[in-house]
Design a protein around this ligand. Structure first.
Ligand SMILES: [Zn+2]
Ligand SMILES: [Zn+2]
Length: 292
């Protein structure tokens, strides 16, 4: 057993719709009461027994999936252009539920430990950036040390976000200088929300995690974890839905409408319905239906 030392691990990122804090989320989140099993649209308290022990299930909408794809693209841009990873060594998978797993193979980061990976995470999420890196100083800040629009890495991304356009750069630098150091620090924190990539830090830092095998069915959705060749075109509710369409009768309680294989289903209000196997599996995995 002593010889079973940790050798290395692929660098892996998890992007999940639940971490994006989108406003649409409450529209398609369902609360299941742990005490009495009452199912309602997003609630903090059970409407039947007042319990606050609720399990949340989300049926991510197209906006959620599209926003996750944007994060994947932001991440891949940083991996290639900032960290020098070869495009061929990056693979993106639909996780089978609410997001994407991005794998980096054969990179110089393969042997990095958890602590070093957490620093990579900070860089990618744009966390803990200091004003000095972006030209601001506590004493006698200098106009010329602020980043330029076309610079690489975070300097360029900062410029595009804060200046908006090349022509506004000078005016905004004057404002930043006037506002001073501590407000600049606040600005950095605020834009970190917008330009930082929303990855799950714990997943990347965990060097022992075993990931779901591509091709396997995710028990949280009945959808399949799948390699995405073209993330823009990829539609999980069509491309990762492999179960058949044989009709099945279920007792469904799903107050939210959902779409699979280009067909709309629901809302179902605690009723017996006959729906294709793939839709039944989706609901059963979300704990919103049982075999009738
Ligand atoms: Zn209840
Ligand atoms: Zn949504």
């Amino acid at each position: 057993m002593n010889e079973k030392d940790w050798q290395e691990a692929d660098l892996i990122f998890d992007i999940d719709a639940k971490d994006l804090n989108l406003s649409c989320r409450s529209n398609h989140t369902i609360s299941i009461c742990n005490q009495c099993n009452e199912i309602t649209k997003n609630n903090n308290q059970c409407t039947k027994c007042n319990s606050s022990k609720l399990e949340k299930k989300s049926l991510p909408c197209k906006t959620c999936i599209d926003a996750s794809k944007v994060e994947v693209q932001k991440l891949i841009d940083i991996l290639i252009n900032d960290l020098g990873i070869e495009k061929e060594n990056i693979q993106t998978y639909f996780s089978g539920n609410e997001g994407f797993h991005v794998y980096v193979f054969n990179s110089q980061f393969q042997k990095l430990g958890s602590k070093e990976r957490s620093e990579l995470v900070d860089y990618i999420m744009f966390r803990g950036a200091i004003p000095e890196t972006f030209g601001m100083k506590k004493f006698k800040p200098n106009r010329s040390s602020f980043p330029d629009f076309n610079q690489k890495g975070w300097n360029g991304r900062f410029s595009k976000q804060v200046f908006g356009s090349k022509s506004k750069r000078s005016k905004i630098i004057s404002e930043l200088l006037e506002n001073g150091y501590s407000l600049f620090q606040k600005t950095l924190e605020n834009i970190s929300e917008q330009i930082g990539v929303k990855i799950d830090p714990n997943v990347t830092m965990d060097i022992h995690r075993i990931f779901r095998l591509p091709g396997s069915i995710n028990s949280k959705s009945g959808l399949t974890k799948l390699l995405c060749d073209d993330i823009i075109k990829f539609d999980p509710y069509n491309d990762a839905c492999f179960l058949n369409d044989e009709p099945i009768q279920v007792l469904a309680n799903c107050p939210v409408e959902f779409k699979l294989k280009n067909k709309k289903f629901g809302p179902f209000l605690n009723e017996k319905v006959t729906i294709p196997t793939y839709a039944a599996a989706y609901l059963i995995c979300k704990k919103l239906a049982t075999i009738a």
